[in-house]
Design a protein around this ligand. Sequence first.
Ligand SMILES: C[S@@+](CC[C@H](N)C(=O)[O-])C[C@H]1O[C@@H](n2cnc3c(N)ncnc32)[C@H](O)[C@@H]1O
Length: 184
Amino acid sequence: MRLLELPIHAEIDRIIGHHIGVKPIDAQRLAWLAYLVPAGGQIVECGSFWGRSAAYILSGAKPSVRLVCIDHWPNPADFKKFERGLTSLGWPLGGKVQAIKSVSWEVNLQEEIDMLFLDSTHKYAVLEREWAAFFPLVKPGGIVAFHDYGAHTWPDVQRFVDEVAADHLEHTGTFGTVWSGVKK
Ligand SMILES: C[S@@+](CC[C@H](N)C(=O)[O-])C[C@H]1O[C@@H](n2cnc3c(N)ncnc32)[C@H](O)[C@@H]1O
């Protein structure tokens, strides 16, 4: 199995919307990748916006897995929508979901990461900074995923993956525009 489709996904699409954020195949791929994270693990997402990818990640994750959502949410209305959506879906902030309002690479996380999902600015310089900030925390065997790989509007994602990330990861593959691999 490479994708995970669950009944709650229709509810996510209804509450958060499917016209914004990750596309259905990308979202189902994230749910599957999150499902692979071991119990008690930690997932970190850079770029959460209204919470669509976060909700799909949570849908697949085991109950004891925690999700850290990092976004600077420059528009407070977007953060409200993020918070309301996840709360309506049964994932209020402060429980298994932690929201950190910050520029991504300035966040100083201490704990190891089982899955890292990068979906913020998609600019090469930003990806370099996020990689430097978070990749060292990813456990060997942990998952790293990038959104918009192969999307012609965001060529830096593919360039960064091909030039940098791919050397450090194995079992790599792309579903929709989610490229992922496992840390060697
Ligand atoms: C493409 S949207 C994320 C979509 C989300 N993953 C989803 O599927 O719904 C990108 C988000 O990244 C945030 N962002 C962009 N650059 C950032 C940075 N350097 N630090 C933190 N957040 C950033 C923006 O505020 C925006 O909400």
